[in-house]
Write a protein that binds this ligand. Structure first.
Ligand SMILES: [Zn+2]
Length: 273
């Protein structure tokens, strides 16, 4: 009896190990506090393998529209499984409260924001092409028309819509810069499915001003801008709200440049634009 249960247990253990080999348990295998040396090696290999295709999309101005197929295409199965593990991660499991939006049910209808530039050291520098749902682009333009009347300047869209696949790429890209800590990276870059940039009903825009100030390294620089104070006073009138104020309960860093559209961008608002 005893012997039989031991062998059953051994068979179960072998079966479990085989199942794990066939389908490596994703999220649970990742150490969210700090990637294991093996996972760090895999991450670097993936970033290297993706470099050519991502750079090509960035040059073409379509990186923000990256599809899952395009992301996975250059990678062997083991590296695809590694990406799957990240896709399965939920911010809640990191002790963060970022909302899980999931992915848009259908590919969103997006329009290009159009050519944009900032002036750096006296020279015009073009920004990467950006895309927004049409109602959000209209509301943004109305808001900037009003800002220009008041301040004589407009904010640019440094980042608008970003596909969930591109969001995952960005997360992986920034992960080594935060010591391989998924938990720490998540304070600055949302996990795929958790970003307002990839969720048109709550579309986010990261603003940058005419002089190229975006607050990325020093949020207080953006916070000190007259444009930011103007947004605080007037953005709600145009349907925009600040997502991550100082000391927000989401364990997300203060992001004075990141505002989201608060009105549903479905068919009705499209019809009534
Ligand atoms: Zn943002």
């Amino acid at each position: 009896m005893f012997g039989r249960s031991t062998s059953t247990r051994r068979q179960l253990a072998i079966a479990a190990a085989a199942a794990w080999l066939l389908c490596p348990g994703p999220a649970s295998a990742l150490d969210v506090a700090r990637l294991s040396p093996d996972d760090t090696e895999t991450l670097h290999a993936i970033l290297q393998a993706l470099e050519p295709s991502i750079t090509a999309k960035q040059r073409a101005g379509t990186a923000a529209l990256l599809t899952w197929e395009e992301l996975y295409e250059p990678l062997p199965p083991a590296q695809r499984a590694f990406l799957d593990a990240f896709r399965a991660l939920k911010a809640a499991s990191l002790g963060a409260t970022a909302h899980f939006f999931g992915e848009p049910a259908a590919p969103p209808e997006l329009v290009p924001v159009g050519p944009q530039e900032v002036v750096k050291d006296g020279a015009a520098a073009p920004l990467d092409p950006q895309y927004l749902p049409r109602p959000v682009l209209s509301a943004y333009r109305r808001m900037m028309d009003a800002m220009e009347v008041d301040l004589g300047t407009r904010l640019r869209v440094e980042s608008g819509y970003r596909s969930t696949a591109y969001q995952l790429y960005l997360f992986l890209f920034y992960l080594p810069k935060h010591g391989g800590s998924i938990t720490e990276t998540n304070r600055f870059v949302a996990l795929p499915g958790h970003s307002e940039h990839g969720y048109p009903p709550r579309q986010a825009i990261d603003f940058i001003n005419e002089a190229g100030i975006n607050g990325e390294d020093h949020p207080e620089e953006f916070e000190a801008l007259p444009e930011y104070r103007w947004l605080e006073q007037h953005a709600a009138r145009f349907g925009f709200a600040l997502s991550y104020p100082r000391d927000n309960p989401h364990h997300t860093a203060f992001e004075p440049w990141h505002w989201h559209y608060t009105r549903e961008t479905g068919n009705r608002s499209r019809d009534s634009r």
